[in-house]
Design a protein around this ligand. Structure first.
Ligand code: 7TS
Length: 418
């Protein structure tokens, strides 16, 4: 860390959730006559004032299309959008801003890898390896590709705790595997997967790895250089930024060798009816007008994270999870789904005799927002013999008091429904 960074760190106040909450206007909302208790940050995080203001400022002061205008507003918009790309680069410690592709989100980023990298680099009979607990965004694009080019999707089973064990990945490995794709943190179970070790394994075998970082980026620092992963995908909206913007990090040499994903404006150098010369990275993969405000808003979210004690925030989230887990264990008939040793910010559970959706509706009546259902991870639900779970997920703006209120509302729901 540079002396200047040290100095900045020293000036950041130690993490205080109450002070942090004041930065998130929506947290003061009342829902069904109760203060909102937002326990659905794994679906999407709330936005700090700094992000909301950045969107308003962009549209009131700087709105113009990027990369094409000589006029002042276009230059300002371009500068702000490219500054945001640099902030993303720094946030995940990528080597170059050319390796940061703006996408619509994690789903779009994984589809890009499937349709550009995998579609051209893999052939019939090659295998793709994924985990049993993946989100549909890290299953369906690979299935679609397999149908198209005749490669084969293989799945590593998880254990009863919901852990993806390195030994299981080793056991599932075959010489035909050319690509693997794993979630960094499971959205349905909260398990933190050993992605750095899996990356080393994949590289030893001459394969590439895609990491689905949708759930990881908000819960600890991600360092793509240290992970050495080939691709890393995430969504702005799960990182306190806007919806509709996401990121694909890819190693430069791979991105250079890949054909464009979509064609159109902004991704070209020269177009004639005979042939088109594509733009350099990262624009080759950004056809059409991008989500300019979204990118700028994501940059503002990263500035915000830089301005708080993020390590303290992550430690607070772990304490929240431990606190909630201990209370959950004391609820009769409650079964926690996902009991991995390494876990982050997610408490998925069922209660005997109560449908998760009924529970969700009653909790909503008390102002408590949780998610219920299969969480876009149907295969892992099937693995546990369930149609769905109730899921409380945490961010650093949650408090111990909110968890107490959640369990008080849960007790009322049990009395009503059981
Ligand atoms: N991968 C994981 C691990 C996710 O949790 C999600 C979204 C995605 C991919 C897709 O992200 P998107 O931004 O492209 O939609 N997960 C959830 C969730 O758990 N509840 O709502 C969305």
């Amino acid at each position: 860390m540079s002396a200047q960074a040290h100095d900045t760190q020293a000036r950041i106040a130690p993490f205080d959730p109450e002070r942090i909450r004041a930065d998130f206007p929506i947290l003061a909302t009342r829902v069904n006559k109760h203060p909102l208790i937002y326990l659905d940050s794994a679906a999407t995080t709330q936005k700090p004032r700094a992000v909301i203001d950045s969107l308003e400022r962009y549209y009131t002061e700087n709105n113009a299309n990027v990369h094409r205008g000589v006029h002042t507003l276009s230059q300002r918009a371009t500068q702000a959008f490219e500054d945001a790309r640099e902030k993303v680069r720094a946030f995940i410690n990528a080597g170059s801003a050319a390796e940061i592709i703006f996408t619509r989100g994690t789903t779009d980023a994984i589809n890009l890898v499937a349709q550009s990298y995998a579609r051209t680099m893999l052939k019939a009979g090659d295998e793709i390896l994924i985990g049993e607990a993946e989100h549909h965004a890290n299953i369906v694009p690979w299935q679609m590709l397999c149908q198209h080019i005749g490669c084969v999707l293989k799945v590593v089973p998880i254990n009863d705790a919901g852990e993806l064990e390195l030994e299981a990945v080793t056991r599932a490995w075959t010489p035909r595997i050319k690509l693997c794709a794993f979630g960094h943190i499971s959205n349905a179970l909260g398990s933190i997967n050993p992605v750095r070790e899996i990356t080393a394994l994949a590289h030893q075998a001459g394969a590439k790895i895609v990491i689905d970082g949708a759930q990881a980026v908000a819960h600890g620092s991600v360092n793509v250089a240290a992970l050495d992963c080939d691709f890393y995908a995430f969504s702005g909206h799960k990182l306190f930024g806007p919806t509709g913007i996401g990121v694909l990090y890819g190693k430069r040499a791979l991105l250079e060798a890949m054909p464009p994903y979509q064609g159109g404006g902004d991704m070209i150098k020269v177009v004639t009816f005979a042939a088109t010369e594509y733009a350099d990275l990262p624009y080759k993969f950004e056809a059409g007008t991008p989500h300019i405000a979204g990118g700028i808003g994501l940059g503002a979210a990263l500035d915000y994270l830089d301005s708080i004690d993020f390590a303290g925030a992550v430690a607070h989230e772990h304490r929240l999870l431990d606190y909630a887990t201990a209370q959950a264990q004391a609820v009769p008939g409650l079964r926690i789904i996902g009991t991995a040793r390494a876990k982050a910010a997610v408490l998925s559970f069922t209660i005997d005799g109560i449908h998760p959706q009924d529970l969700g509706v009653i909790l909503d009546g008390h102002g408590v927002a949780i998610r219920t259902g299969h969480h876009c991870a149907m295969p892992v639900m099937q693995r546990f013999g369930l149609a769905g779970t109730a899921r409380a997920s945490f961010a650093f703006y949650n408090t111990f008091d909110e968890i107490d209120c959640f369990f008080a509302a849960l007790a009322k729901a049990r009395r009503m429904l059981a």
